[in-house]
Design a protein around this ligand. Structure first.
Ligand code: AMP
Length: 397
């Protein structure tokens, strides 16, 4: 299977070739023909599988020539929306189709000016899209393609009422494409209400485990977590490391504490302004900052090349998030390491992750680290360590 014989518009194929995409990825090979046939599509595919191109390439092929707004793509986060917008720039290099990006945290005026030009495709986060809908700036009467990307994430973020309103505002005669890693009941209800006999495509969760990412658990007492993080950062030879925390407060605390050591750090979470978030990503991508401290906002889909290590400072509560987080390293066949700090309180979350992975993650001990407790290093003798704490201890330069 090649891009040429999938039935895509030659100008789109040309753009893809310019990007040096050689063969369609599995999600592309399966989804593109379905979308070109005008069928509704329900797809489950992990980020990093090429799912953005899987929906954009056939959409652009269908739209063909510039006209009025005919496609809407909804994304849960500003970063993902911006990434789809960047992909559109690449994919439309040889066609004249236009697109515009609508998300919060930035001024309305440039977005209003872009909407006046009736872009062929709108990429948006739900909140700002609703604002424009309410102000009458959006003309949706010609929308014939609607993409709901990362639908489960939109649900988790509380966007379901907004998404429902947006779907309702689009014409009934349309093609709907829904991407979701999981299908909780609320999404299933949405599917039966908003979609017409969707064709299903499932790309099994490929935990790049055996291939490009080495996983390891680093058991530690909760009051030694920050110490161990520092020791790991000193010990591993990293080129770009993302440290994931569960909460924004913890992300800030750790960033602050790491800044007091020799590390160049930036943070990404939803309490930061849009310009701070954009700057954080730029600094990390250019390696002006080598450590990015992030909450799950960066776990889904953000395409950052060459991240050598992901460290789960806090084990994710949702096993799917583990896969999304570790998928930030080992991308595009480079190798990466995924390190997870494990305390006695995390055993249930670990069990859920190992069940999803269908294998155990090896436990490792950092040689030379002054462990207070070693019980957790051996899973058979592991007992929860009931201690208070967990906040990063302060270390000075
Ligand atoms: P996505 O899952 O859409 O976030 O895509 C992940 C990365 O894979 C992006 O950097 C894409 O540019 C890249 N990509 C998508 N499709 C292909 C392909 N067929 N061949 C090579 N790279 C691809």
């Amino acid at each position: 299977m090649s891009f040429q014989n999938l039935g895509l518009d030659p100008r789109i194929v040309h753009a893809v070739q310019r990007l040096r995409f050689v063969d369609p990825s599995p999600i592309q090979a399966q989804a593109i023909p379905v979308i070109l046939k005008e069928r509704d599509l329900l797809a489950s595919a992990q980020t990093g599988t090429g799912k953005t191109a899987a929906f954009l390439l056939p959409l652009l092929s269908k739209l063909k020539e510039p006209g009025n707004t005919r496609a809407v793509v909804l994304e849960p986060t500003r970063e993902l929306a911006a990434q789809v917008n960047d992909a559109l720039k690449d994919f439309t290099a040889f066609s004249h189709l236009s697109y515009c990006l609508l998300h919060g945290g930035v001024k309305y005026e440039p977005q209003l000016a872009a909407l006046k030009r009736s872009p062929d495709i709108i990429v948006a986060t739900p909140g700002r899209f609703i604002d424009h809908l309410e102000s009458g700036a959006l003309d949706l009467k010609n929308v014939s393609h609607l993409v709901l990307d990362e639908a489960d994430r939109m649900l988790d973020m509380g966007f379901l009422p907004d998404v429902t309103r947006i779907i309702d505002a689009c014409p009934k005669e349309r093609q709907t494409l829904l991407f979701s890693a999981t299908l909780p009941p609320a999404i299933q209800n949405l599917i039966s209400w908003a979609m017409k006999d969707p064709e299903k495509v499932q790309i099994d969760i490929q935990v790049s485990k055996a291939e490009t990412v080495d996983h390891a658990l680093y058991p530690v007492a909760s009051d030694q977590k920050f110490e161990l993080l520092l020791a790991l950062l000193d010990h591993v030879d990293y080129n770009g490391v993302i440290v994931f925390t569960r909460t924004k407060v913890e992300a800030d605390k750790i960033a602050h504490a790491l800044e007091e050591t020799d590390h160049s750090v930036t943070t990404l979470h939803s309490d930061r302004s849009q310009s701070q978030r954009t700057k954080a990503l730029e600094k990390f991508k250019s390696r002006e900052c080598e450590v990015l401290i992030a909450t799950n906002i960066a776990a889904r889909g953000i395409d950052i090349a060459g991240v050598s290590h992901v460290i789960n400072y806090d084990i994710p509560e949702n096993p799917e998030d583990y896969i999304h987080r570790i998928g930030r390293t080992g991308r595009a066949s480079t190798t990466g390491d995924a390190l997870t700090l494990l305390t006695g309180f995390d055993e249930d979350h670990l069990k859920a992750i190992e069940t999803l992975l269908k294998s155990e993650i090896p436990r490792k001990k950092l040689e030379g680290f002054n462990y207070k407790y070693t019980a957790l290093l051996n899973p058979t003798s592991a007992k929860p360590i009931r201690r208070r704490g967990g906040s990063p201890s302060r270390r000075r330069k």
